[in-house]
Design a protein around this ligand. Structure first.
Ligand SMILES: Nc1nc2c(ncn2[C@@H]2O[C@H](COP(=O)(O)OP(=O)(O)OP(=O)(O)O)[C@@H](O)[C@H]2O)c(=O)[nH]1
Ligand SMILES: [Mg+2]
Length: 365
């Protein structure tokens, strides 16, 4: 696939500090790279708040269109969730320049779509897309109805919107029904495990923290782990041997979390996330070598709360310690003193015995 060229733009408040603005852009750029696009131009626009109609100032949109056209750019990506109306208006303004507009959610959905392998993950993404794209299609419908009004065929547009709405509702219903089947299958599997007295552990954490690498290292599985965001979209389950109690538990891996994870994605992924939601213990993996690790911990904790998991027993695991020159373990233990803490390198298989002991204590076996 030929790489698409993109202009990234982020709206920043005049009082936002430079470091924060740069950091936001770096993350967006990583997302674009993960998608397989090339970033050509990065731009910030300073504004008190978004323009109600065009999000960016109207002049800015034109300016970016011109610049994009000169550089063979096909995509403008805005680092925020936009209103359907705003996306529609910007899309219209960029059309003469041969460019399309995506917001952050579009970008994340495209990455998810690219990484989805199982039928279930594909359905989950389809559901999220229908929910996110739906309102924008109504925007297009409004356009049709305006055009219709001008040529005396009034009403044509409205009928189209109605038809489109019905079509989307129907589609959403069909997808949900299929997903329910998967959900039922999972719940049967879980009942079976419970009957057999099997305990479950679920690995959660920010994207790229090393969740899959840890799962593979702990269970001897060979799942896809890579230095990209959202490498995993499906839940994989492996067996974990616990030497202290000479028993096994099941451990599962799931999708990575990220700042501003769109709620419709969380909702759509409820089927995949149900492994985490039902787990006896959560392992929250953190990339210890990431300078934003504390922020990422907060983001993950926040999402766990949204999933109703703030009270679930969990272990905080600082991973990639092989990459950190000096790690002040005492300070970290103190900082997160409400949680049991472990330090590992999933890559070098180090620190595992302490981690397994904590898992055993937490599972009360
Ligand atoms: N140096 C070092 N690298 C690691 C370690 N654990 C994981 N990595 C690397 O970090 C990157 C991400 O690892 P993954 O296991 O795919 O991370 P993940 O949390 O599953 O990521 P997503 O599924 O994309 O959310 C890969 O390039 C791994 O090789 C570690 O202990 N040390
Ligand atoms: Mg993974």
């Amino acid at each position: 696939m030929k790489k698409q060229k993109a202009i990234l733009v982020d709206l920043i408040h005049p009082r936002m500090n430079k470091h924060h603005a740069l950091e936001r852009m770096v993350e967006l750029e990583e997302l674009v790279n993960t998608y397989g696009g090339i970033v050509i131009i990065k731009q910030w626009q300073k504004r008190q708040g978004p323009h109600p109609k065009t999000y960016l100032g109207t002049g800015k949109v034109e300016e970016l269109g011109l610049e994009g056209k000169e550089n063979g750019v096909s995509l403008l990506i805005i680092n925020d969730r936009l209103k359907p109306r705003q996306l529609f208006d910007i899309g219209e303004a960029l059309r003469p320049y041969g460019m399309k507009v995506w917001d952050r959610i579009d970008l994340i959905l495209k990455i998810f779509a690219k990484h989805a392998k199982t039928a279930e993950a594909k359905l989950e993404i389809e559901l999220a897309s229908v929910r996110h794209m739906g309102p924008r299609i109504f925007g297009m419908g409004m356009e049709l109805s305006r055009q219709g009004g001008g040529t005396g065929t009034r009403g044509l547009g409205e009928t189209n919107i109605e038809r489109m709405k019905r079509h989307l509702k129907e589609k959403e219903r069909r997808i949900k029904k299929k997903l329910e089947k998967f959900q039922k299958g999972r719940s049967l599997v879980r009942q079976g495990r419970r009957r057999r007295g099997l305990k479950t552990v679920s690995i959660v954490g920010y994207t790229n923290a090393g969740k899959t690498t840890l799962l593979n290292a702990l269970t001897g599985r060979k799942e896809y782990a890579a230095d990209e965001l959202f490498a995993t979209l499906d839940t994989r389950v492996g067996q974990l041997f616990l030497p202290g109690s000479n028993s096994t538990a099941l451990v599962s891996d799931t999708i990575g979390f990220i700042k501003d994870l769109p709620p419709e994605l969380l909702a759509a992924f409820s089927s995949t996330l149900s492994e985490a939601v039902e787990a006896d213990v959560l392992i929250h993996v953190v990339d210890a070598s990431d300078k934003d690790r504390d922020k990422h911990i907060r983001v993950v904790e926040d999402i766990l709360e949204r999933l109703g998991l703030s009270e679930r027993t969990r272990i905080l695991v600082f991973n990639k310690i092989d990459q950190v020159e000096r790690l002040d373990r005492c300070a970290l233990r103190e900082q997160y003193d409400e949680l049991p803490v472990a330090f590992v390198s999933a890559q070098e298989h180090s620190g595992f015995s302490e981690l397994l002991e904590l898992v055993e204590t937490s599972l009360e076996i």
